[in-house]
Ligand binder design. Sequence first.
Ligand SMILES: Cc1ncc(COP(=O)(O)O)c(C=O)c1O
Length: 370
Amino acid sequence: MIPVNEPLLDGNEKKYLLECIETGWISSEGPFVSRFESLFAARVGRRHGIAVCNGTAAIDAAVEALGIGPGDEVIMPAFTIISCISQIVRAGAKPVLVDSDPRTWNMDVSQIEARITSRTKAILLVHIYGLPADVAPVLEMARRYGLKVIEDAAEMHGQTYRGEPCGSFGDISVFSFYPNKHITTGEGGMIVTNDDHLAERCRSLRNLCFQAERRFVHEELGWNLRMTNLQAALGLAQLERLDEFVARKRRMGALYSQLLEGMPGVQLPLARTAFAENIYWVYGLVLDESLGLDAATAMKRLASVGVGCRPFFYPMHQQPVLRRMGLFAEDAHPVAERLYRQGFYVPSGMALTEEQIRTVADRVKEVFAS
Ligand SMILES: Cc1ncc(COP(=O)(O)O)c(C=O)c1O
């Protein structure tokens, strides 16, 4: 089986992990954490980096730090991961969804303005699968209406929008370091911001809202979202190779496209848009209905010939847990619905070899020809 993801850990990972073990620094107090935070924040041009235990936790803390709560509305894409919405809902705020652009699969930012009301507090700008969403109109609307922007750059390490790093655009921006990301810490996440107050809030929320004086006396409730020194050691070793990893993923994406181009009824990822070159976080395929094949059937057939695949995101407005809460009864987002029905991705991990890519492409062609 060619796995859908496998990370590359052949740089300084072992050396730095050994250093943790030899020095005994394995908790979040260890020196790799602050080093990883400052180098990562510098890489995306932000003053503060706050390392946390995963990307979902980073979003949770961002939503809480911005004071989003009952009566507030947050505009966000329908086509994304559940991590984007859980804290908005738990905090008692209302998520308001926009559909996707069928070419880039990113949120269609032209739908945002019509959904802004007097209750809108923030826009959650999510970049999907390797291409950034169109940032400039979102920042312009946020300025004009006095809204906060949370930027979910979980999949965007090393990506830029019009030459500026993804992760540099939100009042708060977040990343994930899950093993399928361009750089990984096993589990992990990072919050970045230029705002001193928001950074302090996130640091406090990450660490149970302990107070410097009177440590076990709490004025507020936080979480334990801390990243360990072991995770940060991995992160630092990975960060050293970010440019190499981005170049590698771009070569992988280009090879897939070269091999799969011209297949009737199969939409491939765009190589570029007006503002970015794809970094192919994952290599997605969207099948035309004329093939008489949906994503679930295609993935099953590919699995039977040894190719690991994953479905695209399931739209937020169709999530049973959210529908049961009475959310989204009136929502229809046909592009997001179709992306789930017809879209999936093929093996895309950092350790994938050229030979494996060629095998996957051959298998895809065989399956769709049969
Ligand atoms: C867009 C997006 N946001 C958030 C997350 C959550 O990150 P994590 O898995 O580290 O919790 C992911 C994870 O894949 C993601 O793709």
